[in-house]
Design a binder for this molecule. Structure first.
Ligand code: AMP
Length: 464
């Protein structure tokens, strides 16, 4: 199947060719003809599969007919995070370069005035995060009664982040006669229920997640022991030391360094700078302009290391990450897969390292269970005892918080990490650019990330 067979216009095909794409990805091949026919879509696909183009390309052609009216956008795309919204907007610029379309990005952390001015003039495409869109609507700056196409992207993340009530309210404000494209990486019953409520006779499309992306990634752990912790400075001090040793030892071209807590992002970033590393920080409390600037520099290769929280890093689309470091082990095993899946793309070998402590055992075991293989201790050359030695030394006298005393309950529900509701509030705040509340101050942020695109793992096909 080639792009020419999908029914797209000559303008869009030219833009696609300019972007260097030769073949549509499976979700593009399956979705585009149906979107062009006006059908609702229920797409089960994750970031990295090419799903953004699967809805932007046909939307550009549908929008080519007709004109925008003041304050009445013709299409609405809802995204869970600012970064994803900004990436979708970039997609419209790339693929819509031969079409005259107007768009507005309605996200928190940027001047509402500027966004309002654009909407007031009339836009074809409105790309928004739910919170800011509701703010704008409630101030009477926007009418949603002319929306012909609605896209709900990353629905499971919206649910996870506590945005669904906002999304349901927004959908209730739209005309009943519309086309709805609904995408989610997973389809738990709650998402199904929402899909049933939002969609009419949808075409269901499922694209398999990349089969075994992990094989392309070298994985290692570096354990910080209780003995080290008790030397003073606690685990973080020795984790920072181990991370520096890793950064010295490894040939790092570009890396994301994940922390579970926003507060730790700042501490680690400052520490790395102090030790002369070329690092920047990225988290949801930063001003949008600073985030955009950091991302731009990282993408351009001007910054080598970005210390980040999961939410801030969500959807960052950088093909050539050589390394991922988990300064903190993710408390949810799937987040580990998402994080490390950002390296080893485009056929390159990626390297992923995780700093662990004896208290992290349950998380480590959950990750090993999920991926069906062990992660070996990596020698950073600091004379560390290694996992086997550590197990004897450290597990001899388990401490109060040891996982072994607990049942195999999901890490996400573990009270050690704070109440799930607090965390949701924190993530909501991060999304909306607010400071987290006291309760949320130290919360872990549940991970978000994307996977290795399936088409990038397939051998290149000969032309013709
Ligand atoms: P997405 O899943 O939409 O986030 O897309 C992941 C990445 O794949 C982005 O960098 C896109 O530019 C790229 N991409 C999308 N469609 C294609 C295609 N047909 N061929 C090659 N790359 C693509």
């Amino acid at each position: 199947m080639s792009f020419d067979d999908l029914g797209l216009s000559e303008e869009v095909l030219r833009a696609v060719a300019d972007a260097g794409y030769t073949d549509p990805t499976p979700i593009q091949a399956k979705a585009i003809p149906h979107v062009l026919m006006g059908r609702d879509i229920l797409g089960c696909a994750q970031t990295g599969t090419g799903k953004t183009a699967s809805f932007t390309l046909p939307m550009i052609d549908i929008l080519a007919a007709g004109r925008a009216r003041a304050r009445m956008p013709r299409t609405l795309i809802l995204e869970p995070t600012r970064e994803l919204a900004a990436q979708v907007a970039e997609n419209f610029d790339t693929y819509g370069k031969y079409n005259k379309l107007s768009k507005a990005l309605i996200i928190g952390g940027q001047s509402m005035d500027d966004q309002y001015k654009l909407v007031d003039r009339g836009v074809d495409v409105l790309i928004a995060t739910p919170g800011r869109l509701i703010d704008l609507f409630d101030r009477g700056m926007l009418l949603l009664s002319d929306v012909k196409i609605l896209v709900i992207d990353e629905a499971d993340r919206m649910l996870d982040m506590g945005f669904m009530p906002d999304v349901e309210r927004i959908v209730g404000l739209l005309p009943k006669m519309r086309q709805t494209l609904f995408f989610s990486a997973t389809m738990p019953p709650e998402i199904r229920r929402l899909a049933d409520a939002f969609l009419m006779n949808p075409k269901e499309i499922t694209v398999a997640p990349p089969a075994t992306p992990l094989e392309k990634i070298f994985q290692g752990i570096v354990t910080v022991t209780r003995k080290e912790r008790d030397r003073g400075g606690g685990y973080p001090k020795f984790k920072r030391e181990a991370l520096r040793a890793l950064l010295e030892k490894e040939d790092v071209r570009s890396a994301l360094i994940f922390c579970n807590r926003k507060r730790d992002v700042d501490i680690l970033y400052r520490s790395l700078r102090k030790h002369g590393f070329d690092a920047a920080a990225l988290h949801g409390d930063m001003a949008q302009s600073a985030r955009t600037e950091t991302l731009g520099k990282f993408k351009a290769g001007e910054i080598k290391l970005v210390v980040c929280s999961d939410v801030a890093a969500r959807g960052i689309d950088i093909i050539d990450l050589s390394h991922v470091f988990n300064f903190d082990i993710p408390t949810h095993a799937e987040d580990y897969i998402h994080r490390i899946g950002r390296t080893g793309r485009a056929g390159r070998e990626g390297r992923a390292f995780t700093l662990t402590t004896p208290e992290d055992d349950k998380y480590l075991h959950a990750i090993e269970r999920l991926q069906g293989r062990k992660i070996e201790e990596f020698d950073v050359g600091l004379g560390k005892p290694g996992r086997a030695a550590r197990t004897k030394q450290d597990d001899a006298k388990p401490e109060k918080s040891s996982s072994r005393r607990k049942s195999g309950k999901r890490a996400r529900d573990d009270k050690q990490d704070g109440k799930p509701d607090d965390r949701q509030d924190d993530r909501r705040n991060e999304q909306r650019g607010k400071k987290p509340g006291r309760a949320g101050k130290d919360e872990a942020v549940v991970g978000m990330g994307d996977h290795v695109p399936a088409f990038m793992l397939r051998p290149a096909r000969a032309p013709g």
